[in-house]
Write a protein that binds this ligand. Sequence first.
Ligand SMILES: [Zn+2]
Ligand SMILES: [Zn+2]
Length: 375
Amino acid sequence: MKHDSYDNNGRIPQKDGVEEISVGIYTAGIPRLRHIAEGLTLLENMLIGKDFHWQRQLEALLPGRIEIKDGMLINHLPVEKYLECVVGSEMNPAAPPEFLKAHAIISRSWAVGKILGCHPEGDDGKYDTLSTLIGWDDTSAHIGFHVCSDDHCQRYQGVQPVSPEALEAIRSTQGIVLRDDSGKIVDARFSKCCGGKTEMFSTCWQDVDMSCLKSFDDPWCDLSNLPSARREDVLNSILKDYDLSTGGGYRWTATVSKESVRQNLLNKFGRDIGEIVSLRALERGPSGRISLLHIKGSGGSLDLGKELWIRRLLSSTHLYSSAFDIEDKGSYLKLTGRGWGHGVGLCQTGAARMALEGADAADILRFYYPGSHLS
Ligand SMILES: [Zn+2]
Ligand SMILES: [Zn+2]
């Protein structure tokens, strides 16, 4: 990695006051805590996957300080320790080191951006009328802490076993974040696979566009021209228990029954417009991701957005992406799609391939966050 653009000591300046992060932790009932050692507390009833079908309880070892405020358990700990917990445990040690470093830097930028409040804040569920439902899961303000412990922010489960490779990536980039031209920390989004073209921020979240999150062609994530062993190297870098034969979501098809669309609309969004007649894209972002979907039913119609809510409508969990074409097959819909995730910012598939082909972390970040620099 090139070090010429870093600060003298490569650390986040103290004046930003970002040495420590406060994590709000969900618990099943009143927190049951046990002191283990200085700066280490056992939480017996941490709640993860809150309100999702995988919701469960587990024990977690929490480093740093513990506080209970307004009934919420808050864990204060050093930012770098937090990164080891959230990033280290999720990173695949088989991934190329420069990819791991790029990932450590964007996760740190995201966390520090949260602490400094540099990223757009807005309410979830912005437009909610009889005929329109538009929203996103994002930055509904956490009061009294910076980030929560659940998937809504980054999944935090206390001290986790960290591979030496991931630890090296975090430590060798310590304090380094991505900034834009104006010096603001980049809201460094990332997703599994952009599908060949990255997406704009406003297709997925608030109606603002950010200088370093542009839409552009990504030639790196199309793995179809690679020998199969090479293709597996790329997918192994970013996918865990995943069937490699599906190719990582660059191109995909799905069939969805109209009845399941009706049920999802009712169960996930509380709306009933009768039997589903048709679906039509009203607005798309530059990557082809649908940001507003018209759903016609026998008892009314609804315009639904943005991309995450559309993906939620069309699957029992989440559809790969909202970049799809729709074919009406009578009782069901055939969807032909591109990409996995929102497609904004770094494309993990493309970034892993760049690293395997010799790019360093700075090259990767310059490509996916155009106009950004490391500091
Ligand atoms: Zn959160
Ligand atoms: Zn891509």
